[in-house]
Ligand binder design. Structure first.
Ligand code: HEM
Length: 504
């Protein structure tokens, strides 16, 4: 029996390898038109060219081979875009061709990608989800209508941070920012108040699971490179992702079920995002209904997409400000001038806080939470910048490398918010040297909300508290190392000491 299983496995693997070799031989004739790239080995392709941190290894390959390079990870053809010009060409002239997502095994688990906006294929289901999100959750009007809810969440956040500072001396900024941001989206989408607080085990478990999911989804998985191994799941990634997803998905499913029950006994004219999703009736070829499972997946996705990106950015911004005390002072001076001593930072102040805006941009330039945009996939054979790109090619846009490219930026490695003062460059997808939210049709759907959250949270933390580093750490000795996953996090969470400045 054991022998038969081993024999079957080896037969499948050998057959897969042979098929890959045949495919390569047939592709040789086309190779002349592909973008340049390192040669690669038979079957495994360029897997050995990849270091631990993909954004770094692909940036260094691009320095050698150019802004558009070609790699093969096992069976996965990959084009990597690493310059502003190439990104402009992609988003301006080829956006539709590359509008599909390339999903991996972990993302395809349990139909996850079918219910999600960020992972679903470009098509009617994606457009419908995106339209509902943009009109019911992320439009300027909706965002303005929910301003008070965010203000309450920020007040709670400041209170928690203050209590933690008094209890423990130093505060782990990202943990609190993530809790606050989770509650913001919960409030906006589901009209629920402060579900997570620092004492709740739910919170700790939620963020632990989300980090684990991100780690697993970003981890190289041989089953992605050699599809004939998918059934075997040799690294056990599917099982691990399934386990890690259980908690966040249970939270989302719990909310959806609770609302379905509630609606049975209540009629209400005020509908929030969840009501709209549950009552949705498609027209003109759209699905007639969105299933309960897909609504839960979408809610979970919104929690994940919003909390980690924003809390990461706030943590990096605070780290840069603590490393550059003169820049911190400039932000505080501006807040004192615009907001003054006797009231709190409000969203209506953001337009006048030019220096704070520049700090947020500079943070997103040097530390984009997603170093690569969510991978795209070619929907058809196409000619891109003179190269023949086959259908199904995975497209990686290295926004981390583009935002540090000396061709586009002076002194690119330094944190200098001043570069954005008196400059029209912003992150809305039209300035291709700066794409932390992506571009084209699949640009971040939550960009307007993210913009508000980032300025409001960062502005409030700096307006209300004086911040300093823990004993023994100086701006010169601060650890600024980053760990690569699908999100670029600080290797060591930032801890900082705070002192209250004024009324919270
Ligand atoms: C600092 C904050 C954030 C950053 C830097 C960020 C970045 C990104 C990036 C790079 C993408 C992929 C874009 C592309 O492929 O071109 C994306 C997609 C997405 N983001 Fe964000 N994001 C942030 C916050 C948020 C928030 C607050 C939400 C919602 C609550 C959100 C929801 C989404 C969704 C739904 C997508 C999928 C869009 C699609 O595929 O159509 N993001 N985001």
């Amino acid at each position: 029996m054991e022998w038969t299983l081993a024999y079957t496995i080896w037969s499948c693997i050998s057959l897969g390898v042979v098929l890959l070799l045949i495919r390569e031989i047939f592709l040789v004739s086309d190779k002349k038109q592909l973008p340049p790239g390192p040669p690669g080995w038979p079957v495994i392709g360029n897997l050995l060219d990849l270091g631990g941190a993909l954004h770094l290894s692909l940036a260094s390959l691009s320095k050698k081979y150019g802004p558009v390079i070609w790699l093969r990870f096992g069976a996965v053809n990959t084009m990597v875009v690493s310059s502003a010009d190439a990104a402009m060409e992609l988003f301006k002239n080829h956006d539709l061709t590359f509008a599909d997502r390339k999903t991996n095994e972990a993302m395809r688990l349990n139909g996850l990608y079918q219910g999600s906006i960020s992972l679903s294929e470009y098509g009617p289901y994606w457009s419908m989800l995106r339209r509902i999100c943009l009109t019911e959750l992320f439009s300027s009007k909706r965002i303005t209508d929910t301003e008070t809810l965010r203000a309450n969440c920020i007040e709670k956040l400041k209170k928690w941070i203050c209590e933690e500072g008094q209890k423990k001396g130093a505060v782990e900024i990202a943990r609190f920012a993530a809790l606050g941001n989770f509650n913001v989206i919960l409030n906006a989408a589901l009209s629920k108040d402060n579900f997570l607080d620092p004492q709740s085990n739910e919170g700790t478990e939620f963020f632990r699971s989300v980090s684990r999911v991100e780690e697993l989804v970003g981890m190289p998985n041989v089953a992605d490179f050699f599809p004939f191994l998918q059934w075997l799941d040799p690294q056990g990634v599917k099982k691990k992702v399934e386990r890690a997803l259980e908690h966040p998905l249970n939270i989302a499913t719990g909310f959806v079920k609770e609302r379905i029950e509630w609606k049975k006994g209540h009629l209400t004219s005020r509908k929030d995002f969840l009501d709209v999703m549950l009552e949705f009736q498609g027209k003109n070829g759209e699905p007639t209904k969105i299933s309960e499972k897909n609504i839960s997946i979408l809610i979970m996705e919104l929690f994940i997409a919003s909390t980690d990106t924003t809390s990461n950015t706030i943590e990096w911004a605070m780290a840069e400000l603590l490393r550059n005390p003169n820049i911190m002072r400039n932000v505080q001076d501006e807040l004192d001038q615009v907001v003054g001593q006797n009231r709190k930072v409000e969203e209506s102040d953001i337009g006048k806080l030019h220096y704070l805006q520049a700090v947020v941009k500079e943070t997103l330039r040097l530390h984009p939470p997603a170093p690569f945009l969510v991978p795209r996939r070619a929907r058809e054979n196409t000619i891109f910048m003179g190269y023949s790109i086959p259908k199904e090619t995975q497209v990686l846009v290295n926004v981390w490398a583009i935002a540090r490219d000396p061709v586009s930026w002076d002194d690119p490695m330094s944190f200098k918010p001043e570069r954005f003062l008196n400059s029209s460059v912003d992150f809305k997808g039209q300035h291709f040297q700066f794409l932390p939210f992506g571009g084209g049709r699949r640009i971040c759907a939550g960009i307007l909300l993210a913009e508000r959250i980032l300025h409001l949270v960062l502005g409030s933390l700096i307006h209300s508290f004086d911040w300093s580093l823990e004993d023994g750490i100086t701006p010169e000795t601060m650890d600024m190392s980053e760990s690569f996953g699908i999100a670029l996090r600080r290797t060591h969470p930032l801890r900082a000491i705070l002192k209250e400045r004024r009324c919270r």
